[in-house]
Ligand binder design. Structure first.
Ligand SMILES: C[S@@+](CC[C@H](N)C(=O)[O-])C[C@H]1O[C@@H](n2cnc3c(N)ncnc32)[C@H](O)[C@@H]1O
Length: 279
């Protein structure tokens, strides 16, 4: 039984990076009139309430979205994300934080489609409730890896696949590589965004190497650490983006130093932006 619940972590510094990148990709896909498909493999509960006991327990959002809420930075990637969070919190107080499904739901157009998988029964139930009964939006209580096999390629032939495991099952680090290889074979024009934590530097680099050696072209790595590697716990997080929008690298080069100023602990953070495999 899975015990990880994203409600304890929602809105933390890692969510800020992940959701900025997610939204930047969706905004890029919207530049063409053609519909796209948003596929979320590990959807979580969909959206979160700041006052809930889970979010209040460790208050992780305090070191993430709370530092950004209501601010304008002049950097599009960050300001679009902050504006979307503000649109959910119209009283001017931070009451709700969206999960990746709610971000996609708020950002997509009527022509775009969403397909989502989530295994945890309670989170799946919240997710269904948050999504409501909308056209072109469907959630399945199904295994993420099975879902990738069953649902790709999407009929639209363009879109974003967000892969955001909790890594509670250590095997996930290996499963991601083989699942990505298979999914990419079926949907090689798709944009894939894989989130990863930085918990222990050597293990992180080993995971990144295994992705870089998966035989997939055009992978971008975007990583933001709020603490140095020798601190304990999750010191940073990153995204590996396959077929990134051509603007993403430059956008993140502008955004990460600004995010760093807002979120880094004791001014000791760092970031990595690198083309991991050739275009
Ligand atoms: C990090 S959370 C997702 C957060 C969400 N993507 C967001 O940004 O708001 C990971 C989720 O994956 C779910 N999960 C873990 N293993 C899974 C699997 N094999 N298939 C589907 N869901 C899984 C967990 O229950 C958890 O809700």
């Amino acid at each position: 039984m899975l015990s990880y619940r994203h409600s304890y972590h929602a809105g933390n510094f890692a969510d800020v990076l992940k959701h900025c990148v997610q939204l930047a990709i969706i905004e890029y896909l919207k530049k063409k009139d053609k519909p796209f498909c948003y596929h979320d493999t590990h959807s979580g509960a969909g959206g979160y309430v700041i006052a809930s006991p889970e979010m209040q327990k460790n208050g992780e959002y305090q070191s993430g979205i709370a530092k950004l809420f209501g601010r304008s930075t002049g950097v599009d990637v960050i300001d679009h994300y902050a504006a979307l969070i503000a649109s959910l919190n119209t009283t001017g107080r931070l009451n709700s934080y969206p999960g990746s499904p709610q971000i996609a739901l708020l950002a997509k157009r009527a022509i775009d489609r969403m397909q989502l998988t989530e295994l945890h029964p309670a989170d799946f139930s919240h997710l269904k409730q948050m999504l409501g009964n909308k056209k072109k939006v469907k959630a399945y209580q199904q295994d993420a890896w099975q879902g990738l096999k069953a649902m790709l390629p999407p009929a639209e032939k363009r879109g974003l696949v967000l892969i955001d495991p909790s890594y509670e099952v250590k095997q996930d680090y290996k499963t991601i590589v083989s699942s990505l290889q298979e999914a990419y074979k079926r949907f090689s024009s798709g944009i894939f965004a894989i989130w990863y934590p930085v918990l222990e530097r050597d293990a992180t680099e080993q995971f990144i190497r295994s992705l870089a050696q998966a035989g997939i072209r055009n992978m971008l790595r975007v990583e933001h650490c709020i603490l140095p590697d020798d601190e304990s716990g999750m010191t940073g997080s990153g995204m590996i983006v396959v077929n990134p929008p051509y603007t993403l690298k430059a956008d993140m080069e502008t955004a990460l130093p600004v995010l760093g100023k807002l979120l880094n602990e004791c001014g000791k953070g760092s970031f990595i932006i690198e083309q991991l495999t050739k275009e």
